[in-house]
Design a protein. Structure first.
Length: 275
């Protein structure tokens, strides 16, 4: 039903109130990090197909920051640039928090393409759709649902993320952990595969010290890869699969795209009057 509604809305959006055809929406460029693990590229390609199914009249492209083709610079260079000053592309980071890639790498890649007017959407997280995806991945892995508060006293979750030195990225991951804890009714401790502390192993020990003896690892990664595999290996009980191609991920990509399209144009900077 959600897919049908989205497709119908996509078709109606191309027609104005007087019956004339509107200009097509700006292309969506999904910006993935890139990985040497071939499962990551396969996952991203499948996710893009889900996005296209939900919004069939939207032009959707893929660009990687590194390690995989097409690279973001090549994807942006291949786009047509509108002559009327319209937005030429909306870049949606397939990233889960604020950090260097969102703040610097992606905007700089867009700015390097002459004549391209691009907008960079917010990263996917934190957002309730991610929390629901994390919850369902845990259930798929064997998380017990419908248990009483007393039965959950021995349960805990480690939210395993990639990690970043950017403090805003840490804030975003902690917020997701808080939302997941509210959803599950158990403590959720964020942990990181690199660049930040604690590690997954340290977070497991911290939960065990609090009397939590059934500890699951929730995989806060968009696709399989080295970090996701290493974090899952540290799980003393169950480890959930990465977010992957869950239907909520495609909806969230489009939500971030729509937010960026609807955002008002930034006001032009005023030139300082000469003394």
């Amino acid at each position: 039903m959600n897919a049908i509604t989205s497709q119908l809305g996509s078709q109606l959006s191309l027609v104005s109130l007087n019956g004339t055809r509107r200009p097509p929406p700006p292309p969506l460029v999904l910006v993935a990090h890139g990985s040497r693990d071939p499962r990551a590229l396969s996952t991203v390609r499948t996710l893009i197909e889900r996005v296209r199914e939900l919004r069939p009249h939207l032009s959707v492209h893929l660009g990687h920051i590194e390690l995989n083709e097409p690279l973001l610079a090549d994807t942006l260079a291949s786009l047509d640039h509108p002559k009327d000053g319209a937005v030429g592309a909306v870049l949606v980071p397939l990233l889960l928090s604020r950090g260097y890639h969102v703040k610097r790498d992606i905007p700089e890649a867009a700015a390097a393409v002459p004549g391209l007017r691009a907008r960079v959407a917010a990263p996917l997280g934190p957002h309730p759709l991610l929390v629901e995806t994390l919850y369902e991945r845990l259930v798929e892995a064997g998380w017990r649902t419908g248990t009483s508060a007393a039965a959950r006293r021995g349960d805990g979750v480690v939210l395993a993320a990639a990690g970043s030195r950017d403090p805003e990225s840490i804030v975003d991951t902690r917020r997701t952990a808080q939302l997941l804890a509210e959803r599950l009714g158990v403590p959720v401790v964020p942990a990181y595969a690199s660049a930040a502390a604690p590690t997954v192993a340290a977070a497991v020990r911290a939960l065990a010290a609090r009397g939590r003896h059934r500890i699951a690892v929730a995989s806060y990664f968009t696709a399989p890869g080295r970090f996701a595999t290493e974090c899952a290996a540290a799980a003393p009980w169950i480890a959930a699969a990465p977010l992957g191609t869950h239907a909520a991920m495609a909806r969230l990509v489009l939500h971030r795209y729509d937010q960026a399209v609807a955002a008002p144009e930034p006001a032009p900077e005023r030139e300082l009057a000469s003394a």
